[in-house]
Ligand binder design. Structure first.
Ligand SMILES: Nc1ncnc2c1ncn2[C@@H]1O[C@H](COP(=O)(O)OP(=O)(O)OP(=O)(O)O)[C@@H](O)[C@H]1O
Length: 269
């Protein structure tokens, strides 16, 4: 039984069809990546699957219940979303940003003489450590680097649903690694993959790096001009004879030297 199913989703705005006839499924414990060129409709699809946009037609079920019938509070317990274009140029601490989606007991905030210092609960400590955000907790979020902000947003997404994972939860990530250096791209994608398996979380991420997607995802969807062109295992999808054409790429496909069934794209110099 799927955590989320979408059937024949269309989304139209300003007389333009941005999504057409999308069928999508996501299971608990599964890591699914949405791929596709710029403007394909990936963020619109993610916003539709998470209830931020209402499809013009089609149906979405989250744990066998219509997505539109969830209250905001219940939806926030069932799924967390890391959006691409959230602005963090605000006067809040990292603690505030991460814990915002979940009410905190006032005991977590202690006043020192001049400054406020924040005490993290066990869950928060664990998530801060995993995302390597521990040293950032008392920092002003507006002063963080782009990569630090992105790690904080991932920590926030995990924190929102962490304690509910036994009831079945999902995380939806729009380009979660776009500002990260190579170390953190690997570290956080490995972490997400591990959490999907160990905590049985459903994960759906948009990625531009098809090679990273092939290494970590269980299943890929390729979206172009608002339509799903193909879905399946990385091997099925990336070895399709049109895969490079869908991206207009001048390159080829070979296999990863260590993960020998995982296809990787190379670009022609
Ligand atoms: N509110 C809107 N009004 C009009 N057009 C929109 C709106 N939102 C998105 N679009 C258009 O829909 C198309 C899909 O946008 P979307 O952001 O979903 O693409 P994407 O695949 O996530 O792109 P990228 O990889 O560049 O982030 C684009 O052509 C975009 O300009």
């Amino acid at each position: 039984m799927y955590y989320l199913t979408a059937t024949n989703i269309c989304y139209r705005t300003r007389n333009r069809e941005i999504l057409s006839g999308i069928d999508f499924e996501l299971a608990l414990g599964e890591f699914v990546v949405i791929l596709g060129p710029n403007g394909a409709g990936k963020s619109t699809l993610l916003r539709t699957l998470t209830g931020f946009l209402t499809p013009t037609s089609g149906e979405i079920f989250l744990q066998q219940k219509k997505l539109g019938s969830y209250s905001i509070e219940l939806l926030a317990e069932k799924r967390a979303v890391m959006q691409q274009q959230i602005s963090l140029d605000i006067n809040l601490s990292v603690f505030d940003i991460i814990t915002f989606a979940k009410p905190q007991p006032s005991s977590l905030l202690t006043q020192s003489t001049n400054n406020s210092h924040y005490l993290a609960d066990d869950t928060l400590c664990q998530i801060l450590e995993m995302t390597e955000c521990t040293s950032l907790l008392n920092r002003d979020v507006a002063a963080l680097s782009g990569g630090e902000k992105q790690r904080v947003l991932l920590a926030r997404t995990l924190y929102q649903i962490w304690d509910n994972s036994q009831e079945g939860t999902g995380i939806f990530l729009d380009e979660p690694t776009s500002a990260l250096d190579l170390y953190f791209q690997q570290h956080l994608l490995k972490l997400i993959k591990q959490l999907s398996v160990e905590k049985n979380i459903a994960v759906c991420a948009i990625l531009h790096d098809v090679n990273l997607a092939a290494l970590y995802a269980d299943r890929l969807y390729v979206l172009k001009e608002g339509k799903i062109l193909i879905q399946g295992s990385p091997n099925t999808v990336m070895t399709h004879s049109d895969f490079l054409n869908w991206y207009n790429l001048d390159g080829g496909i070979h296999y990863h030297p260590l993960a020998i069934t995982t296809p990787q794209i190379y670009l022609r110099p």
